[in-house]
Write a protein that binds this ligand. Structure first.
Ligand SMILES: Nc1ncnc2c1ncn2[C@@H]1O[C@H](COP(=O)(O)OP(=O)(O)OP(=O)(O)O)[C@@H](O)[C@H]1O
Length: 600
């Protein structure tokens, strides 16, 4: 039995916006959370990288020995073994490098896919106020593009930073053992380069963030226009669209150029320092060679090691660029994750069995704080009753259904379903029992079965076919090649308006709701389709409470109650039969106007 419980009034709803719970702090601990599950792979990556580093240090020494033996009194067999050793080391190095690449990408995909999934889950839970102002294109960029910018960080950052420092330490350590003046020159260069890079490490972060924002806006624009392609083409809007596209592209280019120039600044400084260091080491080594202090092989080794010094430093520079990109992506991802939906979950999940009662008590609501759309809406439907909701375009009919589904919070008043304040209900419990058929039917890329069941594998084909038979959709399914296995194009382009409505009815019917809201299409359908549709609606409403938002009064013949809305206020609410018989009622007036229109 539905129960009406009296409760103490709830505090007013929180302000109507998705809001950050706290200002996001760019924290590395957040990223490490995603690295923890791949820690063993990362350890393997690090070991492989250390092995590659060691081999990189060994090879120049083999060449040094080869040169010294070749210019001295080395035997051919000794030279051949050195050449063979060089080859083995080079092949192993290559194998390790490929493995490092593979493992790096593996780690990166695993970690970033987790972030993508977390972002998507979070965004899907955000309220409609957030989604109303964000285009899907922008969301794709935030969920995928920003995270892709973090992927290199995950793939290589830690391993390459550690690897670079090990290589630097290896080269410098070896040089100190052999020749301290050259080692000291290299050390000064290394310390200066690394110092400059770390000092300037954040120089490109905010510019990269602006670049990401410009990218997101561009994708938003593309998505929006492709989604509205029919309107764009029909209105000859392509040139204007291209104009806006070029402007957005220009913004991306300018932001990208600025971000890149800032990101590469630290690296450019090290290039200048490196050139000075190589010149100094070459001058010192040539002098030592001329004075007979070192062999030709040693001269080669010093030169080679100085060249090699550039690699880890360049690597550090690259990683620092990646780090800046990752940090900007991370800030944006954290900003998104810090947004909290205004729709708070309730704790209750029990609702009475069977059709559910509905009551609105002094409900007021506006999409924006400064414009109220619904004023003091109060009405009650008993379990199983059907309400016909009528009113002019913009009078607030769809807004009532959105509130019933908790897509927005109320500004005032209470809505109860089955006697329970919907704010106290778990959202999943509410959606399990309340179904809605909207004017826009969204098709998803999948089979007909997937689309009818919304990817619920528990619904048997027999139940689907029986429902479609009852609702009059069966001939259409049978006409599809492959029946329930036929693939549908995403978006809904493959359905006519009537088919789309039947389709949506079937979907809701299969979920067996206890309360259903039908938002009828405003366009007129042909008489035959309308008759099928009407039969389907009647069948659906047989077993649940129903609210029918009607654009044609003819479809309301079987409802119990009528509500007439005007500018967000109830101007009339009562039993349909008595309102129809009362010539002074608004409903009777509308019926007369409707008949005259049909006769005209
Ligand atoms: N997401 C939104 N953000 C801001 N205002 C909105 C939003 N959706 C609707 N509105 C406004 O709220 C008012 C009521 O809209 P609603 O969709 O509830 O009307 P309706 O009676 O269902 O209209 P129709 O018969 O055309 O579907 C309108 O003035 C509309 O412009």
């Amino acid at each position: 039995m539905p129960q009406n419980r009296t409760r103490t009034p709830k505090p007013p709803n929180p302000p109507n916006t998705s809001k950050p719970s706290a200002p996001p702090k760019p924290s590395m601990t957040w990223l490490f959370r995603y690295l923890r599950p791949v820690k063993w792979r990362m350890l393997a990556l690090l070991l492989l990288l250390l092995a590659t580093t060691a081999l990189q240090l060994v090879n120049p020494q083999i060449v040094q020995r080869f040169i010294d033996q070749a210019t001295g009194s080395g035997s051919v067999s000794g030279l051949l073994s050195l050449a063979g050793l060089y080859l083995v080391v080079a092949v192993c190095n290559q194998l390790f490098t490929v493995s490092v690449d593979y493992l790096g990408n593996d780690v990166s995909w695993r970690a970033t896919n987790r972030i993508r999934a977390d972002l998507l889950k979070h965004v899907l839970r955000l309220d409609m106020r957030f989604h109303n102002v964000k285009s899907p294109g922008e969301m794709i960029e935030r969920i995928d593009g920003d995270v892709t910018h973090m992927s290199n960080f995950f793939a290589m950052f830690i391993a390459k930073i550690v690897g670079s420092f090990v290589l630097l330490a290896g080269i410098l350590g070896y040089m100190y053992a052999y020749n301290w003046p050259i080692a000291a020159t290299m050390t000064v260069f290394t310390v200066l380069s690394v110092g400059v890079m770390f000092r300037l490490r954040d120089i490109g972060v905010s510019a990269s963030q602006t670049e990401r924002q410009a990218n997101a806006a561009l994708y938003g624009l593309i998505e929006e226009r492709i989604a509205g392609i029919e309107d764009v083409q029909a209105n000859g809007g392509v040139p204007r669209l291209m104009n806006r596209y070029h402007r957005a592209m220009r913004a991306v280019f300018l932001a990208g150029r600025k971000a890149w120039m800032r990101r590469v600044l630290p690296w450019n400084v090290t290039v200048v320092l490196f050139t000075i260091a190589v010149t100094a080491v070459l001058m010192l080594s040539v002098r030592m060679y001329v004075q007979g202090q070192i062999t030709l092989g040693m001269l080669f080794l010093f030169f080679q090691y100085t060249q090699m010094l550039n690699d880890p430093i360049e690597q550090l520079g690259d990683q620092l660029q990646e780090f800046q990109k990752a940090k900007s992506g991370m800030r944006r991802a954290q900003e998104l994750l810090a947004l909290r939906s205004e729709i708070a979950e309730g704790g209750q999940d029990d609702l009475p069995q069977g059709p559910l009662s509905v009551s609105f008590e002094h409900v007021s609501f506006g999409y924006n704080a400064d414009q109220r759309i619904l004023h003091d809406i109060t009405f009650r439907l008993k379990p199983g009753e059907r309400l016909g909701l009528i009113g002019r375009t913009g009078s607030g009919k769809s807004s009532i259904s959105r509130l019933l589904l908790r897509l927005y919070n109320l500004d005032g008043g209470v809505i109860r379903v089955g006697g329970t304040d919907i704010r106290d209900l778990k959202l999943a419990s509410l959606y399990r029992r309340v179904g809605m058929v909207t004017q826009d039917v969204q098709l998803f890329d999948g089979t007909l079965r997937d689309n009818l069941t919304l990817f619920n594998p528990e619904l048997a084909d027999d139940a689907i076919l029986e429902t479609t038979e009852r609702l009059g959709l069966r001939p259409w399914i049978e006409a599809m090649p492959g029946g329930l296995d036929a693939r549908l194009a995403a978006g809904g382009a493959s359905l006519s308006a009537g088919e789309a409505q039947l389709f949506a009815l079937t979907r809701v019917f299969l979920t067996q709701p206890s309360l259903v809201i039908l938002d009828e299409p405003s366009s007129r359908l042909d008489a035959a389709t309308e008759a099928i549709l009407q039969k389907a609606v009647d069948q659906l409403l047989e077993r649940c409470t129903g609210i029918v938002i009607a654009h044609r009064l003819a479809t309301l013949d079987r409802v119990d109650k009528i509500m007439v809305l005007r500018q967000g206020r109830i101007v009339e609410f009562g039993a349909r039969a008595s309102l129809a018989q009362d010539p002074a009622s608004e409903y009777a007036r509308l019926l007369r106007a409707d008949r005259q229109e049909e006769l005209a």
